[in-house]
Design a binder for this molecule. Structure first.
Ligand SMILES: [Zn+2]
Length: 371
């Protein structure tokens, strides 16, 4: 089944605004080519309160966010009251989870000959779309969404397992597509992502925190889970990898309106652990291969092109619209096949080429490797 999806403009506009303020790389799945600018304007005028709350939280989490709203003492007080009890609850739950996960993780044995990557991590956990990338999958229960597993070690229910396996197939399809794109630039990009084939790539995380959000205000919480539970260096050595990307999967219902998104080094140097929040259902559909490819590209340095943001002027967005652009960072389709393209600008941002005319022509932000 192939369907082109129609964007809910106000909702997505709000998402984009929140993520932009938080320095996140926003990730809507599709583009309403007529009304993006209008939606952004509406979002700015109608979502100030919720955006402010998120911003206050994110100041400690992400670090680089600074807006005038931070000084609103009333909102700070409200946020503090809301956050404090969550933190206590979460700590208790996470302690149990950590113990459980530790026993479930297959040992990452030392390789016979230690692999030393040429990549030193200067662009976050995922550098350029070259070499070998390990993809770690973290199946996550948060405050309002749950998979059928428990801290007692119960296996996933059959229907949840089927959902996850379908998502894994989409992820692998996305990885294959990215490998093909890199090959088009005479670059090698391989992925170790199949958690049923490669040991040590599957984790379960159970938290009372609310992680299905429009914004990246829980970045530090998720980063801390990764740092405390996942032997990233050992995995990279085991699989002789250069990059590592983490995907949190949430068992969201079809009614969920939060689009998948990712947060990484191009948003802020503080975001050195690059992860994707995959909400498996949203806006009535499932996350698809294009969704995973789009989000992965963010982790390697690609920018969204369907709205204006730092370094991507509105004039360029308008230009792409007039072109009928089918770039994966501009639009996606609800399809099991990847029907979009990876343009030269994306290739430039993820380090496949040093050349892109549009960067000079439109005064676009330079690639992380060229700054
Ligand atoms: Zn995006």
């Amino acid at each position: 089944m192939k369907r082109q999806r129609v964007q809910k403009k106000n909702k997505v506009g709000a998402v984009l605004l929140s993520l932009a303020l938080l320095g996140a790389t926003a990730c809507g799945r599709e583009e309403d080519r007529e009304t993006t600018a209008e939606a952004m304007t509406k979002a700015e005028s109608t979502t100030a309160a919720e955006t402010t709350t998120a911003t206050v939280e994110s100041t400690t989490a992400v670090g680089e966010v600074t807006t005038a709203e931070e000084t609103t003492s009333e909102i700070v007080a409200t946020t503090t009251e809301e956050v404090a009890p969550k933190a206590e609850t979460t700590t208790a739950v996470e302690i149990t989870t950590i113990a459980e996960v530790t026993t479930q993780v297959p040992e990452t044995e030392a390789p016979t000959a230690e692999y030393i990557s040429a990549y030193h991590g200067e662009y976050g956990s995922a550098g350029t779309l070259t070499g070998t990338t390990v993809v770690v999958s973290i199946v996550t229960n948060d405050r309002y969404t749950h998979w059928g597993f428990t801290n007692g070690g119960d296996a996933l229910a059959e229907d949840d397992l089927e959902t996850l396996r379908r998502q894994k197939d989409y992820l692998l399809q996305a990885c294959e597509w990215l490998t093909e794109q890199a090959a088009g630039y005479d670059k090698s990009a391989d992925f170790i992502a199949d958690w049923e084939r490669y040991p040590g790539l599957y984790y379960e995380y159970d938290t009372a925190d609310e992680l299905v959000r429009y914004d990246g205000s829980m970045y530090t919480t998720q980063k801390d889970f990764i740092l405390e539970n996942i032997p990233s260096d050992a995995l990279k050595k085991k699989y002789r990898a250069d990059n590592i990307v983490y995907i949190f999967y949430f068992n969201t219902p079809l009614e969920n309106e939060v689009n998948p998104w990712s947060l990484g080094n191009v948003a802020s140097p503080i975001c050195d652990i690059e992860f994707i929040n995959a909400f498996v259902r949203f806006d009535g559909f499932y996350s698809m291969p294009t969704t995973y490819a789009h989000e992965m590209l963010h982790c390697f340095g690609a920018y969204d092109l369907y709205y204006a943001s730092y370094g991507i002027p509105q004039e360029y967005v308008d230009y792409l619209r007039e072109l009928g652009c089918l770039d994966i960072m501009y639009c996606t389709f609800d399809s099991e096949d990847i029907l979009v393209t990876m343009g030269q600008l994306d290739a430039y941002y993820v380090g496949l080429t040093d050349v892109c005319e549009d960067v000079e022509l439109w005064n676009l932000v330079r690639a992380q490797t060229m700054q």
